[in-house]
Design a protein around this ligand. Structure first.
Ligand code: CTP
Length: 398
């Protein structure tokens, strides 16, 4: 996801500096060109050689090192980076940058930077809460720098409180959001539904389906990375909520109907990948149903079809994409859904194709609109999500 991107990591003097080896490594695995700049103090916690080995690039610590391999490194690195992350950002570095002080390789690299610059402060809780430090963070925010709030927890100094550097995957997600994707959904509101609904039978049992939510979560994340303001209405899943997405947790089809219809009008794009129950028990027993001799049956009633409601109440310019899960007559059945539910596109899944459907990390989807049928190859659900968004953007422009 970071092929062709130059990422500068600024490491300042704090114990959390050791975590940045992992961040550098994760970025390299995403094919980024990673350059690390350290303060002199940071070299007490982790060595430049560690970063040089991981990134295959020179690690810079001194502006006046005459053996450096690029021209005017502090200007070149800062001004050619696609994103810069300073982590851990010490109180000293925050204060210097907030006041335009540029007296070492790290701080001088920041001033010429025109790309997104993120700072992840990490220090003792009382230092973190000190109004001087807080004021410096606020000053940096006013200049357009992004402050990544520290986590709370057990700190190296044995205090418990705010000051921990967030986990490495969180820091990487900030970088991905900053520069991984073209921001072709900036200014767009995107509503995504995901996962299975659960229809209660009694306090113990419920009716559900095999949906894991992976496809919808992938769509929500990719839309976020492309700059959209994303709301994700989700049934229960075992997945971590995507960062930078407004997550609304629901249980039943009725909950999903209420959550979706409450925000639908303001959305530019709605993508309904959730596997919504078509039927629910007519009555939900207050107490656990005890077994008796003989058979039993549960009377079911239809749930509201949320996608049909959205199709019938579509706002001008709004784009609605439904999903269809079929085991036979994929195109025919999906085209029928497209028309019946008055939506703009159906992303059709054929459950009988290897690598498609529930529980896999891959999917095989056919995108069906009123005038086109486009079969996508087997690919990761994240890449399928991008293809769905590409098609929506193209159709909205047409
Ligand atoms: N859907 C919905 N509300 C429901 C049922 C389905 O919004 N009560 C949406 C799903 O989120 C999906 C689309 O409708 O986007 C198609 O779902 P699918 O289960 O494939 O089709 P159904 O319309 O339920 O039709 P059938 O079960 O007959 O295939």
């Amino acid at each position: 996801m970071l092929t062709g991107k130059k990422i500068v990591l600024g490491v300042s003097g704090g114990i959390a500096a050791y975590k940045m080896a992992n961040v550098a490594s994760m970025l390299v695995k995403l094919h980024a060109d990673v350059h690390v700049v350290m303060t002199e103090n940071a070299t007490h916690f982790i060595t430049p050689e560690t970063f040089e080995t991981l990134t295959a690039n020179r690690c810079y610590t001194n502006v006046f090192d005459r053996s450096m391999d690029i021209h005017v490194p502090h200007v070149t690195l800062g001004s050619t980076a696609d994103a810069i992350l300073i982590a851990p950002a010490s109180a000293d570095v925050l204060g210097k940058i907030a006041h335009g002080i540029a007296d070492d390789m790290l701080t001088t690299t920041i001033l010429p930077a025109t790309c997104p610059v993120m700072l992840a402060p990490s220090m003792n809780v009382h230092m973190y809460e000190n109004p001087i430090v807080q004021n410096n963070m606020n000053t940096l925010r006013t200049y357009g720098y992004e402050i990544i709030e520290a986590d709370e927890g057990f700190l190296a100094c044995r205090d418990i409180g705010k000051g921990k550097l967030p986990p490495e995957d969180v820091l990487v997600e900030y970088i991905l959001r900053a520069c991984a994707k073209e921001k072709d959904l900036t200014g767009k509101k995107v509503l995504v539904t995901a996962g299975a609904t659960m229809e209660a039978i009694d306090p113990v049992r419920y009716i559900t389906n095999h949906s894991t939510g992976k496809m919808g979560y992938a769509v929500a994340r990719r839309a976020m990375l492309r700059g959209a303001e994303v709301t994700l209405v989700t049934g229960q899943t075992s997945l971590d909520a995507p960062m930078f997405v407004n997550v609304l947790q629901i249980t039943s089809a009725k909950d999903m109907y209420e959550a979706v219809t409450a925000v639908a009008d303001e959305q530019d794009i709605i993508i309904k990948s959730a596997a919504v129950a078509d039927y629910r028990p007519i009555t939900v027993a207050d107490h656990k149903i005890k077994k008796k001799d003989g058979d039993m049956s549960i009377s079911l009633e239809r749930t509201d079809d949320i996608l049909s409601y959205l199709g019938a109440h579509k706002k001008p310019g709004q784009f609605i994409c439904g999903f269809s899960m079929e085991t036979e007559n994929l195109i025919e059945n999906s085209k029928a859904k497209l028309e019946k539910k008055h939506v703009d596109m159906i992303a059709a899944n054929n459950l009988n194709v290897a690598g498609a459907g529930f529980k896999t990390d891959t999917n095989v989807i056919t995108l069906i609109t009123k005038d086109s049928v486009r079969e996508l190859p087997l690919q990761s659900k994240e890449d399928v999500a991008d293809c769905i968004l590409d098609e929506i953007i193209a159709k909205m422009k047409a």
